[in-house]
Design a protein around this ligand. Structure first.
Ligand code: HEM
Length: 497
């Protein structure tokens, strides 16, 4: 009897194995030929997802080393390629930018909300171009002449450092405060106003933005139907709810700015965009409208807050690990600016060591490791392989930033790699925290200005120390679209000037 049951199980197992082989063979036979290599066979349904393990970031870097220019992963139903070398990045995002610069129109939120693909980040084609060009022009305009951007940043920096002073050098987690302060910079650019750090509405809003960024990278990206499982197991319903809450906040703020009735005052994005909208109407075009305005605002908040504040937090964490670097930064500030006046944007060209430190933090932390996914919109080739239309394309910035061939000693934190013998900055095209090509970060100039003004002021005013000398928090990142350090406590000790 037992033997009969055993042989029944054996036959079932053999049949299941044969079935699996046949399905795998069938899937393979339907795959287009000459795709970039993959690390092993894709399983039915999940593809290569089972190979990612607990630390996908490390795997993506490892496969980049193994396969070079480009590799393919089947992420559930979605064919995805990873672009890993400078040459392949240039080929895809510069030479063949017409084919590799779109975004996928597949998002769980789009099943529940309309107009998700308006705005800058998620749109493609002519609408994307119009939103991007207009937004860039507005930001550029703000950064010219008396440089309103720098003024807005410096005003916010002073509120931020006042708050840090209140901590009196005691250990505290300044992650949320930093996030709120950077969000206030965006807020004063877009709405022409900042929020108090203890404003409950603002605190809730920031929490929502952060949760939204975190939830947008979950497993639902590959399997949207998991949304319909009971108990919101994969937080799909929460994601949609947060998305609508963000929209409500944006609509409320747009109305507030409109009701202020200061249309002559072009010092905020909303008024400037509406003015461009009117001009466009007269020229007979139709891309600038209220729907795009609202989504542009969501985009600028989401893209411009967590990224910059995370870079600041990484920089502070690196300074806890390398106190001699922090000391050298302070020495440079004292020599070039002194301690009587706060730094301003014209000091940037004189603070070369600090600039190199920021560059090295951006390389080492590589906070947007896989950039934002692009979409291939036409059958084409890359690095000699076929890339079919509809493939998702990941710029593997992390692989570039950690390449031994490029940096020699990528594992070391060494700001000097960006300085020549005379102490001048060496610009390296391989440093690409803002990505490359047509989709390169729209806020790059603003972010660089923020990083310089925040960090120069911080290092002039404070010495940053670990909560206790024998307990320096680890350089440990968390997984997500933005790789933030784990929350840590820090002491902000005011310098005696
Ligand atoms: C240190 C700070 C920042 C980093 C590291 C960063 C990085 C990036 C990266 C990697 C991308 C994706 C590019 C691609 O698709 O290949 C991106 C896109 C974008 N970023 Fe940033 N960013 C930062 C700050 C900002 C700021 C301050 C703003 C705005 C105020 C901003 C607005 C945007 C927008 C709108 C896009 C979408 C561009 C498009 O799709 O055309 N970013 N950023």
């Amino acid at each position: 009897m037992i033997e009969a049951i055993l042989s029944y199980f054996e036959i079932s197992a053999i049949l299941a194995a044969v079935l699996l082989l046949l399905v795998t063979f069938y899937i393979r036979s339907r795959q287009p030929k000459n795709l970039p290599p993959s690390p092993g066979a894709a399983l039915p349904l999940i593809g290569h997802l089972h190979l990612l393990g607990k630390n996908p970031r490390r795997k993506f870097k490892q496969w980049a080393q193994e396969y070079g220019d480009v590799f393919t992963l089947q992420m559930g139903p979605q064919r995805t390629i990873f672009v890993n070398t400078l040459e392949a990045m240039k080929e895809a995002f510069i030479k063949k930018a017409d084919f590799f610069s779109d975004r996928s129109q597949n998002s769980i939120v789009s099943h529940h909300a309309s107009n998700v693909f308006n705005g800058i980040i998620s749109s493609s084609g002519s609408n994307w171009k119009a939103q991007r060009t207009t937004s860039l022009a507005i930001l550029r305009n703000f950064g010219m002449g008396k440089n309103m951007l720098a003024e807005k940043i410096l005003e916010e920096v002073s509120f931020y450092t006042k708050e840090l002073t209140k901590t009196k050098g005691k250990p505290c987690d300044i992650h949320n405060l930093t996030n709120m302060s950077i969000s206030n910079v965006i807020s004063s650019i877009i709405f022409g106003k900042r929020f108090e750090f203890n404003d409950p509405k603002f605190i809730k809003q920031i929490e929502m933005f952060n949760d939204l960024v975190k939830l947008s990278t979950g497993v639902l990206v590959f399997f949207p139907s998991l949304y319909y499982l009971p108990f919101d197991l994969f937080k799909g319903k929460k994601l949609v709810q947060l998305y609508f809450a963000m929209r409500d906040f944006t609509d409320e703020m747009i109305n507030e700015v409109k009701n202020r009735n200061d249309s002559g005052n072009l010092d905020n994005y909303i008024v400037a965009y509406i003015e461009e909208m009117e001009k466009e109407k007269q020229s007979g075009q139709h891309y600038l409208d209220e729907l795009n305005l609202a989504r542009n605002i969501d985009n600028l908040f989401v893209a411009g807050t967590e990224t910059t504040s995370t870079t600041i937090m990484w920089c502070l964490l690196y300074m806890l690990h390398y106190p001699e670097v922090q000391q050298k930064v302070y020495k440079e500030i004292v020599e070039q600016i002194g301690t009587e006046r706060p730094p301003n944007i014209t000091d940037k060209s004189n603070l070369k060591y600090l600039t190199a430190v920021i560059m090295e933090v951006q390389r080492k932390a590589s906070i947007v490791p896989l950039s934002v996914p692009h979409l291939c919109n036409k059958d084409t080739t890359l690095a000699g392989y076929n890339i079919p239309k509809g493939t998702i394309v990941m710029p593997n910035l992390d692989a570039i930033h950690s390449s031994k061939e490029i940096w020699g000693d990528p594992e070391n934190f060494r700001p000097e790699r960006f300085l020549d013998d005379k102490g001048n900055i060496i610009k390296r095209e391989e440093l690409m925290p803002f990505s490359i090509g047509r989709r390169i970060c729209l806020g790059e100039s603003l972010a660089k200005m923020e990083l310089f003004l925040y960090l120069s002021t911080l290092f002039q005013k404070f010495e940053f120390l670990p909560a206790s000398p024998d307990n320096v928090p680890p350089l440990q990142d968390t997984w997500g679209l933005v790789a933030a350090p784990e929350h840590f406590e820090i002491r902000c000790v005011e310098r005696e000037n």
